[in-house]
Design a binder for this molecule. Structure first.
Ligand SMILES: Cc1ncc(COP(=O)(O)O)c(C=O)c1O
Ligand SMILES: N[C@@H](CCCC[NH3+])C(=O)O
Length: 422
């Protein structure tokens, strides 16, 4: 698989462009994405699915930069959208309505009307919402999201299946909890056509077995519905963040998928489309957050290296205690030091090297003021979860393609941040 960075003369280069040139031209902090890595991950996943009728719905919540959306459109991707504005942005990028699946949460009635008016397929995740949809649009096509009574993911906050989760129409082998018969009733009474069955069990999953179980379960449920055009197994494929983590083994999962789909097709009597909704897998490894060292402080316990960014730009360490590899981009190798890398926000939790309990030290080449640190695997749920906390602007975003860096979102300004005040 293509790597987003190389080391040349002990300095980090991204797609052939030196970090010092990037910072010199576009400023700091800066999000940098490598276009070939995004394409590579899309192709890896596409070719790993051993089935002819397949769609990859890119989960644009992971990174909704317009240029990235346009790249994926050109590659043939579809979209998983979660809000009306995601749908609008996908349409604006050029995705036709039929390539967008809307899996909303707590969707309002007027939002349902708008989606249907735009011919966007709606995927419904509660009996209440299904009943509302049935009353508003009897006779129409619909898809349902199922909670298969198990989930997975890198942190409890991102597990979207199982009994703790707010998502989906609940499936259970215990008939007391199983909501599928009620869903069936609503569908039949309103003459809805159930064209899709969907499940998304969580995010950052590195266990192939979870997907193997999911495919078997969803296909066993799918057999009960005669009008299906697709089954959608959601996203959630993890990437290795920590050095000891191994990449997701698609070949282990692919064999099972192939056999199960062949059996399903024979029993079902027709071929239907299968869909996946990866976000993280497509963009995480392609993105690097560059941030400049501005302060160095020694306390009785730690050496804190202060930088010009914080959880307003990358919230994952703060929100989940997530680990991101970090390099001193100006001197990748050299004398090393155990440091805690600290953001510039006025919260003690604002650390780039931490776990759920607090600070964690990291061994990196001794940072000096003016050095640039590269925070890796930041392409997914980085910029898209950013904010203006402490009135700091969001960074610029740059895409590297053909050894050339191109600005794909300009840095925010003070004027941008105050324009909503009335
Ligand atoms: C419905 C749905 N599909 C797809 C995704 C994408 O997940 P990931 O980025 O882990 O692939 C999410 C987010 O977890 C989601 O909620
Ligand atoms: N924001 C989460 C993933 C959430 C997935 C959306 N359902 C993360 O960074 O890991």
């Amino acid at each position: 698989m293509i790597q987003p960075y190389q080391i040349e003369n002990n300095q980090l280069t991204i797609g052939g462009v030196k970090v010092c040139e990037l910072i010199g031209e576009f400023g700091s902090p800066l999000y940098v994405y490598h276009a070939d890595v995004i394409r590579d991950r899309y192709n890896t996943l596409f070719h790993a699915i051993p089935y002819p009728h397949k769609r990859i719905h890119y989960a644009m919540k992971a990174n909704s930069n317009l240029r990235i959306l346009k790249m994926l459109l050109e590659m043939g991707a579809c979209i998983d959208a979660v809000s009306l504005n995601e749908v609008r942005l996908a349409l604006h990028a050029g995705f036709p309505a039929e390539r967008i699946l809307f899996t909303g949460i707590n969707t309002k009635t007027e939002e349902l009307h708008w989606l249907v008016s735009q011919n966007i397929r709606v995927n419904i995740g509660s009996l209440h919402m299904l009943q509302k949809y049935a009353s508003l649009f009897p006779g129409s096509e619909v898809s349902i999201r199922i909670n298969p009574d198990f989930g997975g993911g890198h942190h409890s906050h991102v597990i979207t299946g199982g009994r703790e989760s707010k998502f989906g129409i609940f499936y259970s082998q215990d008939s007391h909890y199983n909501q599928i018969p009620q869903a069936k009733n609503i569908i039949e009474n309103a003459h809805l056509k159930l064209v899709g069955i969907h499940a998304h069990i969580g995010s950052g999953i590195l266990e192939e077995g979870k997907f193997i179980d999911l495919v078997s379960l969803i296909l066993s449920i799918a057999k009960q519905f005669p009008d299906l055009e697709f089954v959608d197994f959601g996203g959630g494929f993890g990437i290795p963040y920590r050095p000891e983590e191994k990449p997701f083994q698609f070949d282990l999962f692919a064999d099972h998928l192939k056999n199960t789909m062949e059996k399903f097709t024979r029993e079902y009597g027709k071929e239907i489309t299968i869909a996946f909704e990866p976000g993280r897998f497509i963009v995480a490894e392609a993105g690097i957050l560059l941030t400049t060292v501005t302060d160095i402080k020694h306390t009785p316990k730690y050496t804190f290296v202060g930088v010009d960014s914080g959880f307003n730009h990358l919230i994952r360490p703060m929100a989940y205690g997530s680990y991101h590899p970090i390099f001193n981009a100006f001197r990748v190798q050299g004398e090393q030091q155990e440091v805690v890398i600290a953001g510039y926000l006025c919260e003690s939790g604002d650390l780039f090297t931490r776990d759920e309990n607090g600070p964690k030290t990291r061994l990196i080449t001794t940072p000096l003021e003016g050095d640039v640190l590269a925070i890796l695997n930041a392409g997914a749920y980085g910029f898209s979860m950013s904010s203006n906390y402490n009135m700091h602007p969001r960074p610029a975003e740059v895409l590297i393609e053909n050894n050339t860096a191109r600005l794909i979102r300009r840095r925010e300004t003070f004027e941008d941040m105050i324009r909503f005040f009335v």
